[in-house]
Design a protein around this ligand. Structure first.
Ligand SMILES: Cc1cc2nc3c(=O)[nH]c(=O)nc-3n(C[C@H](O)[C@H](O)[C@H](O)COP(=O)(O)O)c2cc1C
Length: 286
């Protein structure tokens, strides 16, 4: 098993573990930490079907995630039929790895089940008509999906999330015959990594003190702003180094790319209608 310091070094692309204090001697690497810290999105898959029972164990892992008030406000659609998967891929940014993966799971926010329980027990379900409930369902679905992802990775499988499932939300809902109060949030392509493709590698993350603050948000003074700017500059460098090693030395800096990813309506790739689609699908955003 890899030791913690090399796992952290790879995660932050530095020898300083993302400015984190070194772990105490009592904190040793274990298989769970190794799986988590070695996460990387995989986009090259063998076409082989997954072993029988794989979807079931991924589902059990997903359902093992915590869920707000135990309401379990999510559902997923597992697509393995190549023709349907290909149509879904077309709607999800036409990304080839979705077609190649033997399994494509669409994770949905699902308030339809609670609508049924309200009808069953004669309650008005007023709570369902608030942004809060959509947010709860989106959180539940995300936690479930991440558990499924970690489970897949622990089995030696690879996975890649697909936010492009929101690029053409009306068509995807129609393709999958989604009922009212169910909306597709994102997909997850799962398969055996193709050993013939360049291996996916751990992509560095922002320094820890850039994302985790202690006790309160803290100072917003000039020294903090300088610290933030330095963190972003250091991350631009770490990611440039990563990209160069991946043969993508011409990739734009992270800050540049991020700023452009959200620059215009067009940069949302069709997702600007998502609020409308939520309303249409019965998710009230009061
Ligand atoms: C919700 C979500 C949606 C994503 N959508 C896509 C996608 O549509 N296509 C893609 O190639 N990668 C997608 N990704 C993968 C991210 O690009 C990837 O996680 C990020 O670059 C960090 O790389 P890593 O996962 O290898 O650490 C998505 C990730 C998340 C969490």
């Amino acid at each position: 098993m890899a030791d913690l310091s090399s796992l952290l070094e790879a995660r932050y692309g530095t020898t300083s573990s993302g400015s984190a204090a070194p772990p105490a001697a009592s904190i040793a690497a274990n298989l769970t930490l190794q799986t988590l810290l070695q996460h990387k999105s995989v986009r090259s898959f063998l076409p082989d079907p997954l072993d029988p029972g794989t979807l079931e164990i991924l589902t059990a892992a997903a359902q093992s995630a915590a869920t707000s008030s135990n309401l379990q406000t999510w559902s997923a659609i597992a697509i393995t039929t190549p023709s349907l998967k290909s149509q879904a891929a077309t709607l999800c940014g036409d990304q080839a790895f979705i077609r190649a993966a033997p399994l494509f799971i669409i994770f949905c926010a699902d308030l339809a089940r609670l609508t049924t329980t309200c009808a069953q027990h004669g309650t008005p379900g007023t709570g369902l008509q608030f942004l809060e409930m959509y947010t709860m369902a989106a959180i539940d679905a995300s936690l479930a999906a991440q558990n499924a992802t970690v489970a897949a990775e622990s089995l030696g499988l690879g996975a890649c999330y697909v936010g492009a499932a929101r690029n053409r939300p009306r068509e995807l809902a129609s393709l999958l015959s989604l009922p009212p109060r169910v909306v597709a949030l994102f997909g997850l392509a799962v398969g055996r990594p193709d050993p013939g493709a360049p291996p996916a590698t751990v992509k560095p993350r922002l320094a820890q003190d850039e994302v985790v603050r202690r006790e309160t948000w803290g100072q917003t003074d000039e020294s903090q702003q300088k610290k933030g700017a330095a963190n972003l500059a250091a991350y631009d460098e770490a990611l440039a180094d990563f990209n160069t090693k991946q043969g993508r030395g011409d990739a734009p800096a992270w800050t540049y790319r991020s700023a452009h990813r959200i620059a215009t309506v067009e940069s949302l790739h069709g997702r600007d209608i998502f609020r409308e689609v939520l309303e249409e699908r019965g998710f009230k955003l009061r």
